[in-house]
Ligand binder design. Sequence first.
Ligand code: BGC
Length: 253
Amino acid sequence: MIRLGLEILGIDIGGSGIKGALVDIESGQLTSERFRLETPTGAYPKEVAGVVHAVTEHFSWKKKVGVTMPVRIRDGIARTAANIDQSWIGTNVEELFSSTLGSEVTVLNDADAAGYAEVHYGAAKGASGKTLVLTLGTGIGSSLFVGPVLVPNLELGHLRMAGTTAEALAANSIRKRDQLSWKKWAKRLQNYLTYVEFLFDPNLIILGGGVSRPKRTKHYFHLLKTTAQLLPAHFQNEAGIIGAACAAHTLTD
Ligand code: BGC
């Protein structure tokens, strides 16, 4: 294959699968097929690093890699772990992956990665002011950008609401699990949006995850009211891969 421009391998570690693809940094487009392996049972650090290695080997990739996962990362170290083993907390994940892969690795939170994809190539491209990206999936992920600059690790899915957490009330997994009507779920989401608007007063809010596809947004977008502009995400499944590759470029060059 002839490769033009700068490519970075983006890898998205999720609860069930570890997916990777090559990303063209200019356009944010995938330049390879996606390759997916199962997340090993327990999702322990060493085993996950082994699978991440296998993904890089699939692409015969020895250069820079961007990795994203549902943890809060500061200075390369995982500070929280949601939906993966607690032994990640305190692990220097950048060191673990770099030494396993033998290459330079940038690691960031999955919602921060999704935000990178939207801000650099998607629905928030060129936006000024504050952009808040919320991913509605198993949990609720959040990322805040001031212009193109990320304010990392917000974890707004864990905000306390009605005696529990926002994601336990309004994540898409809860809508499905409790068979909530779109109207009922939208009401919960509305309360959450009002809360985060109060805290951050963003100019633009992007809603991501599977519910940001047009065939889903038609059920609930019209029920939501925000002072910020409200848009569905441009990327769904590939947001993590694209954002991880973009962050590996932006944060290290
Ligand atoms: C985690 C976040 C993650 C979000 C979406 C939350 O439970 O705490 O780190 O971004 O789920 O996966």
